[in-house]
Design a protein around this ligand. Structure first.
Ligand SMILES: Nc1nc2c([nH]c(=O)n2[C@@H]2O[C@H](COP(=O)(O)OP(=O)(O)OP(=O)(O)O)[C@@H](O)[C@H]2O)c(=O)[nH]1
Ligand SMILES: [Mg+2]
Length: 132
């Protein structure tokens, strides 16, 4: 499949003051359903990645991004879909954060991330976080 079919996704690793990371469980009917994820979603036309990150985190988590910086970029080919994950570390935010779309969610310490099944594309993100 041509690279233009690759889905560009803005992904936010949100860390609270205790060093815990916000994760939620994807609805079963979605792509990679039942796996845990970092919040985020597709970058729309005419939108920067940062704008997409802010919009998705507002929609999905009721979180207003105040500061974020790029963490890593991952391309991954699933059998049914090609993705480019543009992963950002959210270092300052406001809002009463929770998952807004009925998904299970929790804050977990970085060393516990291994205990959760994530989509295969996420493994490098977890490694980057654990190496910091
Ligand atoms: N949000 C998010 N998506 C991920 C992660 N890892 C990963 O492979 N993806 C993939 O990225 C793609 C797009 O993410 P998404 O489903 O959140 O997109 P979205 O919020 O715009 O959803 P929508 O299509 O319902 O509007 C999905 O195919 C999903 O499987 C992750 O950690 N977080
Ligand atoms: Mg999403």
């Amino acid at each position: 499949m041509a690279s233009s079919n690759r889905v560009h996704v803005a992904v936010g690793v949100i860390e609270d003051d205790n060093g815990h990371i916000f994760i939620s469980c994807r609805h079963p009917h979605l792509h990679q359903g039942g796996k845990w994820e970092f919040p985020g979603g597709k970058v729309e036309a005419n939108e920067s990645v940062y704008e997409a990150l802010c919009r998705e985190l507002q929609e999905e988590c009721n979180l207003t991004v105040q500061q974020a910086c790029p963490l890593t970029v991952i391309t991954h080919d699933y059998s049914d879909k090609q993705v480019l994950l543009d992963v950002w570390m959210v270092t300052a935010f406001s809002g009463s954060v929770s998952q807004q779309e009925g998904q299970q969610w929790r804050w977990v310490p970085v060393y516990e991330l291994d205990a959760y099944p994530f989509p295969p594309a996420n493994q490098p993100i977890i490694e980057v976080l654990q190496r910091r």
